[in-house]
Design a protein around this ligand. Structure first.
Ligand code: AMP
Length: 216
């Protein structure tokens, strides 16, 4: 199964991907995670991406397309879920070309969420720099304030989760990524999912949609 997960930053894409990966054994291909790993490893790619990420702008298409083509090539035989890629129509067209010989995307899950919810979610988000676990200052507090439950590391706010950068990321999403929903709708594979509710309810809805594909 090949799935693309769309949704504004903060819509819960990462959380839902983890559920899907566990249930369906797919590879989780997160462009944001790959970029952050490159940054912390100090690679050339990480250095090139840094200023764009910190400002909440998109990293140029050619860099992302090369990076994600490699990830897709190495993906698990069971299939993959793309999280954060494609984010522009150019990226989607290139993805379709690279998959052409091998079958297309089976489904696009479009997580829909109100902007005010996104702002509160993202600016309150804290993560563990060691293991990547994600918390929230109001809704998902760690057992000891400011420390990761798994390894005790001090939690940090992603530099691109500050209010100014969040505003730019949302604007970038509307301008550059939302047109993708129509691009995929032309192929009739988009499932709209209401994402401003409890993550377990979103999960149930996602699984219900995916089961329809499995049965086909
Ligand atoms: P994310 O964790 O998916 O929100 O991604 C964090 C940042 O990485 C984004 O704000 C962009 O700067 C960059 N990024 C991730 N995926 C892409 C993509 N497909 N195209 C361009 N930039 C991306």
């Amino acid at each position: 199964m090949r799935i693309v997960l769309l949704g504004a930053p903060g819509a819960g894409k990462g959380t839902q991907c983890k559920n899907i990966v566990v249930e369906y054994g797919l590879g989780h291909l997160s462009s944001g995670d790959i970029l952050r790993r490159n940054r912390s490893d100090g690679t050339e790619l990480g250095k090139k991406a840094q200023s764009y990420m910190d400002a909440g702008d998109l990293v140029p298409d050619e860099i992302i397309i090369e990076m994600m083509s490699e990830a897709v090539e190495q993906a698990s035989a069971a299939g993959f879920i793309l999280d954060g890629f494609p984010r522009t129509v150019t990226q989607a067209v290139e993805l379709d070309k690279s998959l052409a010989d091998d079958g297309a995307i089976d489904a696009v899950l479009n997580l829909k969420i109100d902007e005010s919810v996104v702002e509160a979610r993202m600016t309150g988000r804290r993560s563990c720099p060691k293991c990547g676990a994600v918390y929230h200052v109001e809704n998902l507090k760690p057992q000891s304030e400011g420390l990761c439950d798994h390894d005790g590391a001090e939690l940090v706010q992603r530099p691109d989760d500050t209010p100014e950068v969040v505003a730019n990321r949302l604007e970038t999403y509307h301008r550059q990524t939302e047109p993708l929903v129509d691009y995929y709708r032309k192929n009739g594979v988009v499932f709209d999912i209401k994402a401003d509710r409890d993550p377990d309810e979103v999960k149930a809805c996602v699984f219900e949609k995916l089961q329809t594909l499995v049965k086909q």
